[in-house]
Design a protein around this ligand. Sequence first.
Ligand code: PMP
Length: 396
Amino acid sequence: MKTYRYAERMSLVKPSAIRELLKLGADPDVISFGGGYPDPDLFPLEKLSLVFEQVIKEQGKSALQYTISEGLSELRLKLIERMKRVGVTCGLENLFLLQGSQQGLDLVAKMFLNKGDIVITENPTFLGALVAFNPYEPQYATVSMDEEGMDMDKLETVLKANPNAKFIYTVPTFHNPTGITMSLCRRKRLVELANAYDVIILEDDPYREIRYEGEQLPSIKSFDTEGRVIHLGSFSKILCPGLRLGWVVAEKELAEKLCLLKMAADTQNSTLNMYAVNRFMELYDIDEHITHIRKIYKDKKDLMLETLRVALPQSVKYTNPEGGLFTWLTFPEGVDTTRLMKERVLPEAKVAYVPGSTFFPVKEEVNHCRFNFSYMSKENIVRGVTAFGRILKEYC
Ligand code: PMP
C-alpha cells in the first residue's frame, strides 16, 4: 500500500473536463477552433535555420553554455528599445527574459500569493493565468467587461470590498478570450485606481503587436509612476511559441525578486534560443515579419466574421476584435456550449471550440465560447463555421 501525501495546493491542480473534451479536437478529422495556436506557415523556418546554424558555428561555445538568469543582455537591450514604442522607459535592471509570458504568471503568483489572498481578474479571464495562479491557492474577485474592457466603476467597488487584494490581472489588448481591448482612458483610470488602493497590476500583453485596425495604445505600464505595474511580453505570437521566449518589465526591486524565483525554477532560458532570436533581429526586420503576420490574420479574421454572420442565427452575438487571435461568441440564455459541443458539434459537425465556462474564475457562464481564427486554413474556417451554423439553427 502506498500513499502519495500531496501538498494541499494540489487540490486545485487538476485537469478540467473541458481540457479532456478539447483533446478530442486533436482528431485530424476535426476542425478545431479551440487552441490559441499561431499559424505554423508563418514561422520563418529558413531564416531561423540560418540563424541557428550561424550561432552554433560562430558563437557555439557561449551559445551552449550556462548564462545569467536574466538572459542575454543584447536581446534584452533590443526589447528595452521596443518597449519605448509603447511608452515604457526601462533598463536592464527592469527587464529580463522568461520561458514565455506563462512563466511570468507563475512567478508573479509565487512572489505575491499566500493561501486565500485575493486576485482581481477580468470576467472572463485567460484560463492559463488561472492554471498558473491556482497552485498558490488564491481567491478570485472578478470585474465585468464591456466593449472598452474592464469596467472601472465595478473595479473600484471590488477594490473597496477587498482592500488587501494582492494584484489585478489584466489582458488589456485583444483580450483572451473575448478579443476586447481596454480603451486609453480606462488604462489611465486603472493605474489611478491601483495607486489609490495600493495594489499591483499584472499587465499580460502577448497580443499587442497583432493589430489589424485602429491605433496602437500605450501599455498600462507606461502610466505607472509608482512602480506597481508588472508588464509581460512574448515572442510567441510575433515569432513562434516553441522557442519559449517572453519577458517581464518591472520595478527594479520586483524584477530582482522575480529573477531569484526564475533562477530557482529553471536557472535560465535556453542560451541557444536567446542567441538565435537576437541574431534573427539583427539580420532581419522583425517588424516586417509582424506586418506580414497581421495581414494574414486579418484576412482570416475577416473571413471568420463574415462566415459567422452568414452561418449563425442572429441571436448569436460575437465580438469583432481589432487584433489578436480570438472572437467570443454569446448565445441566448439556456444554451450550454459544453453540452452543445459534446453532444452535437463534435460528433456531427466535427468542429471544436473552447466552451466559455472555463474562463470564468468564480461564477461560470455557460452560454459563451471562444473561437480562434489564426490556426485553421481559410478553407477550414468556412467549412467549420458553416457546419457549426447548421447545427445551431436548431438551438437558437
Ligand atoms: N497570456 C495570454 C493572455 C495568453 O493568451 C498566452 C498564450 N496564448 C500566454 C499568456 C502565454 O504565452 P507564452 O507563454 O507562449 O508567451
